[in-house]
Design a protein around this ligand. Structure first.
Ligand SMILES: [Ca+2]
Length: 473
């Protein structure tokens, strides 16, 4: 189209130029007012040569225009073809897009249908629940009525209840008062028994002292007799010796006989073990063998059944020094309510008849509880070095004590272990050491008490321990 406009413009300029030169030609130009239909009708003036030139120019323009028109027609045809192709393409694209949209929309429609069904179900359920709530509401109203009735009854019975409560409070006060008196009596009895034990010990010491004095006097009498009879009394010496011996035994027996009933009576009042004491856990005097009483800590468990242990060792926080010598370990040391070792002599007396089991409770440094029980536990006499015997292990910590079973007791000043070193000195505490130990509960607290768990091949670092005994029969 731009090409056509350019041609027309050029053509108009040419026509105007010719019009200025020739009026006749001007007349010819205006035919039909259509530049493309222009033609030369008449040439009447004297400018023949110029007109011929103009005619040729016009004809040339006509030819150009016709060519342009032809090009335009071809372009139009081409455009129509392209238009047809575009229409076909458009129809194809529209079809594909429609199919695609159908594919996308159908699942959504299904989802919507499902959602509608779900909503319908929920609606039905809500409707049903509303019906249930109505029933619940009715029940609540009935319940409220019942509560009101109960409140009414309570209001009427409250004065009676208050009177009963007052009576109960009065009874409770009486019981509390009686319990306090009983507790005081019990404490007094404990003090009395303790004092009795001390008196008995003093009496025993006095008897021994008297016996020594009598022996001394007898010796002096013999010397005097010998001096007086010299030299004629030789024949009667053997008879005198017999008399002396007989007399001494007779005097001792007289002294002992005089206190024997009193002593036996006092000892018989002392429980033989913790199983025989009545009361809660605490300190008690016991006499396991009818001899001088021992002050011990009894651990009384009542649930599920009563179990009474005699505690012989306790470690809690390292408060007490356990690096003691042979005699200190023999006699015992520490605080029975805190950390202590009861004493090897006392432990021997508690276990000498091989009728004792032992339980060792301990906790590691993370607080986890462990235990080891031995159905047999005994400690031999001083003469046998307080030798250990254990058997019948049960527990969750492996039988670590077996490694030191049948060993004598060792202390820093009495090395009885089978190691080349002094185990008690190394670990700063007396114990039944061998090479040296798989467990040591009397060592220096800060260095770590130990128990070897063979099942896991690990050492347990112990922070708390209690060794306690119980008679089996
Ligand atoms: Ca040694």
């Amino acid at each position: 189209m731009l090409q056509l406009q350019t041609a027309i413009s050029d053509w108009s300029k040419t026509v105007k130029a010719i019009q200025k030169k020739d009026k006749v030609f001007k007349r010819m130009v205006v035919v039909n007012d259509d530049p493309l239909a222009l033609k030369v009708e008449t040439m009447t003036d004297g400018y023949g040569r110029y007109r011929r030139h103009s005619n040729r120019a016009l004809l040339k323009k006509v030819v150009d225009v016709e060519r342009v028109v032809e090009d335009l027609q071809q372009s139009q045809t081409q455009i129509k073809k392209e238009l047809t192709g575009l229409e076909e393409q458009l129809a194809l694209n529209v079809g594909e897009r429609t199919t695609q949209l159908q594919n996308e929309i159908e699942p959504r429609l299904k989802n919507l249908e499902t959602l509608v069904e779900t909503l319908n179900s929920s609606l039905l359920e809500i409707t049903t629940n509303l019906g249930g709530q109505e029933k619940w509401h009715t029940s609540m109203m009935e319940l409220l009525e019942s509560v009101e009735n109960i409140e009414t009854k309570v209001d009427t019975t409250t004065p009676d209840l208050k009177r009963e409560i007052s009576k109960l409070e009065f009874s409770l006060a009486q019981i509390t008062s009686t319990a306090a008196l009983l507790k005081e009596d019990q404490n007094n009895q404990k003090i009395t028994v303790k004092a009795l034990g001390q008196t008995l010990l003093a009496m025993q010491n006095k008897v021994v002292k008297n016996q020594n004095e009598i022996s001394s006097l007898k010796g002096q009498m013999n010397i005097t007799k010998t001096n007086l009879c010299q030299p004629n009394c030789q024949q009667s010496t053997s008879t005198d010796k017999n008399l002396t011996s007989s007399s001494k035994t007779s005097d001792d027996n007289d002294v002992w006989s005089s206190i024997q009933p009193q002593y036996s009576n006092a000892i018989n009042k002392v429980p033989k073990d913790c199983d025989s004491v009545s009361g809660a856990s605490g300190l008690y005097l016991i006499s396991p063998d009818g001899n001088a009483p021992i002050m011990v800590y009894c651990e009384i468990q009542t649930k599920p059944t009563k179990i009474a242990y005699t505690v012989i060792q306790r470690r809690i926080n390292g408060d007490k020094d356990f690096n003691k010598n042979w005699e200190e370990y023999a006699k015992g040391f520490g605080d029975l309510n805190g950390e202590f070792w009861l004493g090897n002599e006392a432990i021997h007396r508690l276990t000498r008849d091989n009728n004792t089991m032992a339980r060792i409770d301990f906790k590691d440094i993370s607080g986890k509880p462990w235990f080891a029980e031995y159905s047999e536990f005994s400690v031999a006499s001083r003469a046998d070095g307080f030798r250990l015997h254990v058997a019948g292990y049960n527990g969750n910590a492996s039988d670590a004590l077996e490694y030191q079973n049948r060993m004598q007791f060792s202390t820093v000043d009495s090395d009885r272990d089978i190691s080349n070193t002094n185990c008690a000195a190394n670990y700063e505490g007396g114990w039944w050491f061998s090479h040296c130990q798989h467990t040591n509960l009397n060592g220096k607290y800060n260095l770590g008490l130990t128990w070897f768990d063979r099942s896991r091949n690990e050492w347990i670092a112990v922070a708390f321990t209690e060794i306690k005994l119980k008679r089996k029969l």
